[in-house]
Design a binder for this molecule. Structure first.
Ligand SMILES: Cc1cc2nc3c(=O)[nH]c(=O)nc-3n(C[C@H](O)[C@H](O)[C@H](O)COP(=O)(O)OP(=O)(O)OC[C@H]3O[C@@H](n4cnc5c(N)ncnc54)[C@H](O)[C@@H]3O)c2cc1C
Length: 257
C-alpha cells in the first residue's frame, strides 16, 4: 500500500499570535507540525504496519519549513518532500489543493492520502475534500478508525456530532483523521537522529509540471481581536459550601444569572 500523508507547519499553539503592520506574527515562537497531523501520521504508520507498504510525507510551505516533515520522519514515515516555490506565496485553499494534488500525482500510484482534521492556524478544515475533488477521488472526512482495508476498498468509522457513522469506499481515497484515532506515537531517539540527517527534496512548480494556480480569495486585511479587560478575583471561604455561596452571590450581583 502506497500512502501519502500531508502535514502543515504551524506556529506552536502556545504562541502569542498578533498582527503587526498587516502581517501575522508569532515572534520567536517555534514552528511545529500541525497537532492534528500527528494523528494522520499515526494512522498512516499503523496502516503500513497492518498492510505493508510505504509512507511519504508531503508539506507545502516556505523553503526552510522542514520541521513538520522531520517530525513525521522521526515518527517513522519513510520519505518526505517539501513543495515550495516563491510563486505560491499567499495561495488560497483552491491553489493549495491543486498543488498538493499535483504532488500526490508526482508520487504516483498512491492508494491512500491521510490528512489531519484541520490546521490550527487557518483552520478551514476544507483541504482534504478539496484535494480529493481535484484528484477525482472520494473524500472520507473525520475518520476515527479504519475497520477494514483491502487493496481496493476501505471501511471506516466517522466521528460526527450525532454519533458514529460507518462508511465504505473504493480506493484510492483521501481520508482526514480525528483525535479519536488514537494517541500519536512519540518520535523514537533513532527516528529523531534519522530525521535530523535526512535530505528532504524540494519540489518547485517546474518539478510538479504545473503553473502557479490562480488564487481567488485574498486576505487584504488582518486585524487583532479587540482587547478585553479582564479582572480576576479569588473567592475565599471557610468551606467549599461557603465559597460556592459567596460565588453564587457575586454572580447574582453581577446579573450574570
Ligand atoms: C502567510 C499565509 C498567507 C495566506 N494568504 C492567504 C490568502 O491571501 N488567501 C487565502 O484564501 N488564504 C491564504 N492563506 C491560507 C492558506 O490558503 C491555507 O493555509 C491553506 O489553504 C490550507 O488551509 P487550512 O490551513 O485552513 O487547512 P485545513 O483545511 O484546515 O487543513 C486540513 C488538513 O490539510 C493540511 N494542510 C493544510 N495546509 C497544508 C500544506 N500547505 N501542506 C500540506 N498539508 C496541508 C493540514 O495540515 C490538515 O491536515 C494564507 C496562509 C498563510 C500561512
Amino acid at each position: 500500500m502506497k500512502i501519502v500523508v500531508c502535514v502543515k507547519q504551524v506556529p506552536d499553539t502556545a504562541a502569542q499570535v498578533v498582527v503587526e503592520d498587516g502581517q501575522v506574527s508569532w515572534g520567536d515562537a517555534p514552528l511545529v507540525i500541525n497537532p492534528w497531523d500527528e494523528y494522520a501520521v499515526e494512522a498512516a504508520l499503523q496502516t503500513v504496519l497492518d498492510q505493508g507498504g510505504s509512507t511519504k510525507v508531503i508539506s507545502m510551505g516556505k523553503a526552510d519549513e522542514t520541521e513538520a516533515l522531520k517530525h513525521a520522519l522521526a515518527m517513522g514515515c519513510n520519505e518526505a518532500a517539501l513543495v515550495s516555490d516563491p510563486a505560491l506565496t499567499g495561495s488560497d485553499n483552491v491553489a493549495v489543493a491543486k498543488v498538493l494534488a499535483a504532488a500526490i500525482q508526482k508520487v504516483g500510484d498512491v492508494d491512500l492520502v491521510f490528512f489531519g482534521k484541520q490546521a490550527v492556524d487557518s483552520d478551514t478544515g476544507t483541504l482534504p475534500s478539496m484535494v480529493a475533488r481535484v484528484m477525482g477521488w472520494p473524500a472520507i472526512t473525520l475518520v476515527s478508525s479504519i475497520a477494514e482495508l483491502s487493496s481496493d476498498a476501505i471501511k471506516v468509522e466517522r466521528a460526527i456530532e450525532e454519533g458514529r457513522q460507518v462508511v465504505e469506499s473504493k480506493l484510492p481515497a483521501v481520508v482526514s483523521v480525528t483525535k479519536d484515532y488514537g494517541e500519536p506515537r512519540y518520535p523514537s531517539f533513532m527516528g529523531i537522529r534519522k530525521a535530523a540527517r535526512a535530505e528532504i527534496p524540494v519540489w518547485d512548480l517546474g518539478e510538479l509540471g504545473i503553473e502557479a494556480p490562480a488564487s481567488v480569495i485574498t486576505w487584504p486585511e488582518m486585524i487583532n481581536p479587540p482587547k478585553q479587560e479582564v479582572t480576576t478575583e479569588i473567592v475565599e471561604g471557610d468551606s467549599p459550601q461557603d465559597i460556592a455561596e459567596k460565588l453564587a452571590d457575586k454572580i447574582m450581583a453581577e446579573k450574570v444569572l
